[in-house]
Design a protein around this ligand. Structure first.
Ligand code: NI
Length: 224
């Protein structure tokens, strides 16, 4: 499932994030890439002091993990500390699949879902689309500042070359309680049906039944 979650960061938080990034130090992103990704990765990543990172993570990650759509679609069990990436003209990230297991020894997690939070807008750079391979063909994305895109970490994806301006993103990974992407998709569809029933006819028997099925399906399928 590929989903755009709108408005994860509002304008106030976006400008705070961008000013923290402006004062930060960026390094070659290849340093943090896995063996195969290193060959195709051309970007820069923030390497900064713990205090700045903490401020950034607080702004970006608390908004993401508290977002009801992210909660319902990702069913997060573990969420990684994000990377902050910058792409300037000539930079790109060729086709790759994200590493399956990440994190330091003792703090490892499986990457089920990749998340990109867009820290500036489509008018701030030319090129730089996030292109994700799906069963329905390639999807090319260049959403608004503050939006997040989530997609299965197993998908082949790339970032088109930036030809002007600057692309700023936060990238993170989630280990989901629902490992299987098809199960996640079914549960998310049922969640949406349940939400609209609880909104339109909360007292109805059908709303109660759908709610029970949703809750018990999550209980049946979730792995912790
Ligand atoms: Ni990737």
């Amino acid at each position: 499932m590929l989903l755009v979650i709108p408005g994860v960061l509002d304008n106030r938080k976006l400008s705070q994030v961008r000013s923290l990034l402006e004062q930060g130090r960026f390094m070659d992103g290849r340093l943090s890439a896995g063996k195969t990704a290193r060959r195709v990765k051309h970007n820069e990543e923030l390497q900064s002091d713990a205090h700045r990172m903490e401020q950034l993570n607080k702004l970006v990650m608390s908004s993401l993990v508290q977002h009801p759509l992210y909660q319902a679609a990702a069913m997060p069990y573990r969420v990684a500390t994000p990377y902050y990436a910058r792409y300037t003209p000539g930079m790109s990230y060729g086709d790759h699949v994200d590493d399956p297991v990440m994190g330091p020894p003792g703090g490892q997690y499986r990457s089920d879902i990749s998340t990109t939070v867009f820290l500036n807008g489509p008018d701030d750079y030319a090129g730089g689309e996030l292109v994700i391979g799906t069963t329905y063909g390639d999807q090319s994305l260049k959403p608004a500042a503050g939006d997040a895109v989530i997609y299965p970490s197993s998908s082949l994806h790339h970032i088109n070359e930036i030809t002007a301006g600057e692309r700023l993103v936060a990238v993170t990974w989630t280990q989901s309680m629902l490992r299987d992407p098809q199960q996640r998709e079914l549960v998310f569809e049922l969640y949406q049906a349940r939400e609209s029933l609880l909104e339109s006819e909360p007292e109805s028997e059908v709303a109660t039944r759908v709610d029970h099925v949703y809750v018990n399906l999550v209980r049946m399928w979730s792995e912790l």
